[in-house]
Write a new protein. Structure first.
Length: 455
């Protein structure tokens, strides 16, 4: 649809405090800033409005030893203003995937032009740009009055996947790998952070805010059966004990036997030997727990080109090892496969276009595919869950904001109760029903945002 053209971009931010802190990569996170983007596009002389939102996860996307939390967050906010100007001034035309392909190099150039003690990582730029990409996809679908997921075929896209991936995808379009309709529901992956209590006996005091405060309480209330376990990556005994302790607590509840676990070392393992020792010990001491492990997230450092980058082939023989932080495009996916990674962790925070292309590539290459979030609240969770529901191999999705920042979810609960009020361990994704990305209109959003209007 070449007549679809971006006309205006508006950027705003919302700040929320966590109800309880989360430990990530050795850092305690207690707040979040949301980037909200409104795009006005034009199609056949008619205006079309699109909306995108994403948390500025600076601790995850811009880890730094030279810059403070506030400095990296400020850099992301300033980059959002730059990307807003670039997007507006481009007046880009075409399908959203084609628009993103045109603009992404300009976004990276804008990030590289900023003078900081450390350069803005490519991953960080993708996180900032993701809200813009989502808003453009949303506006495109709304211009047609249909779900954006119905627009990924040759009838809407000018170029096939060979243009974005490689010659092996010539003649193929995204609709070969992406469902037009969402899966009716997905299992919810509940997070057990390093600071989180498993039972009431682990609490030194209570918040008493009406939200569950232990793993036991969450499971009883929501009947979740998929559990993501944050590990240390540098303390083998603690990591083994943590997995076994979680398993023992869940087993004692006697709710069911269909538990599934994912293990997240947050890139902190020094070698693949650490991973092998951890898995082997769990298998030997608690084979039931080992059998319920579904996959492991990227266990070692994210620079895949660094000398001595660990090879994951041996670990992948035991469980799927998914690439996460290092996955920033098709080239990094191929490099990860060379190193033995057998799966990919998709994230809406890396961009709708990017996630769709990598989902297609991973499926064609026979890799394990899962979906994670960035503690995405509100509209960003709807984006993440909706994306996961249209990628057939994905059966579960994370929803961490309900644990750590429920205040940011509150305005959305009445419109999407099956997403924000969990009672059966599942997100009811059929509720995210177009047009566009199926995200609610602007009036449902918080009114506390501060707005930056591009000029």
């Amino acid at each position: 649809m070449q007549s679809f053209q971006i006309k205006e971009v508006q950027v705003s931010f919302e700040d929320f405090a966590y109800r309880a802190p989360m430990k990530f990569r050795g850092t305690v996170v207690d707040r979040v800033t949301l980037l909200n983007v409104d795009v006005t596009a034009e199609f056949d002389g008619e205006a079309s409005l699109g909306f995108g939102s994403m948390p500025l996860g600076n601790v995850w996307s811009f880890p730094s030893v030279r810059l403070t939390f506030d400095q990296t967050l400020s850099a992301m906010r300033e980059l959002a203003a730059d990307i807003g100007e670039i997007t507006r001034k481009s007046h880009a035309k075409g399908h959203p995937v084609e628009i993103n392909h045109q603009l992404e190099p300009l976004y990276f150039a804008a990030a590289a032009s900023r003078t900081l003690a450390e350069p803005i990582p490519q991953l960080c730029t993708l996180v900032v740009a993701s809200a813009f990409d989502a808003a453009i996809h949303d506006a495109y679908g709304k211009a047609l009055g249909r779900s954006s997921y119905e627009t990924y075929g040759a009838d809407h896209m000018s170029h096939d996947l060979g243009c974005y991936l490689d010659e092996g995808f010539r003649g193929e379009f995204l609709d070969r790998y992406i469902s037009r309709r969402p899966a009716p529901s997905l299992a919810l992956y509940h997070l057990v952070g390093a600071l989180d209590a498993l039972t009431a006996g682990d609490l030194s005091s209570r918040l008493n805010d009406g939200v569950p405060e232990t793993l036991e309480e969450w499971v009883r209330r929501e009947r979740v059966n998929h559990i993501k376990i944050k590990l240390d990556g540098g303390n083998i005994r603690w990591d083994i004990d943590r997995v076994v302790s979680v398993h023992n607590v869940l087993s004692a509840l006697s709710l069911h036997e269909n538990w599934r676990y994912s293990l997240d070392f947050n890139e902190r393992c020094r070698s693949v030997d650490y991973v092998l020792e951890c898995l082997s010990s769990i298998r030997e001491t608690t084979p039931e727990a080992f059998g319920k492990i579904q996959y492991l997230e990227q266990p070692t450092q994210r620079d895949l080109e660094a000398p001595g980058t660990p090879d994951m082939h041996k670990a992948a023989l035991l469980k799927p090892i998914v690439i996460d932080e290092s996955l920033v495009g098709y080239a990094s996916l191929l490099r990860a496969r060379e190193l033995g990674y057998s799966g990919v962790a998709l994230k809406a925070c890396k961009g709708q276009s990017n996630a769709l292309l990598l989902a297609a590539a991973a499926q064609k290459l026979g890799m394990f595919v899962c979906m994670q979030d960035l503690t995405c609240p509100g509209a960003s969770l709807l984006h993440s869950a909706g994306l996961a529901a249209h990628i057939p191999p994905i059966t579960a999705v994370e929803s961490n904001a309900r644990q750590y920042v429920p205040a940011a979810n509150a305005p959305w609960g009445a419109r999407f109760p099956g997403i924000f009020r969990i009672v059966d361990g599942r997100l009811h994704t059929a509720q995210i029903d177009g047009p566009g990305l199926g995200i609610v209109p602007v009036p449902f959003r918080s009114i506390n945002a501060r707005t930056f209007q591009t000029r």
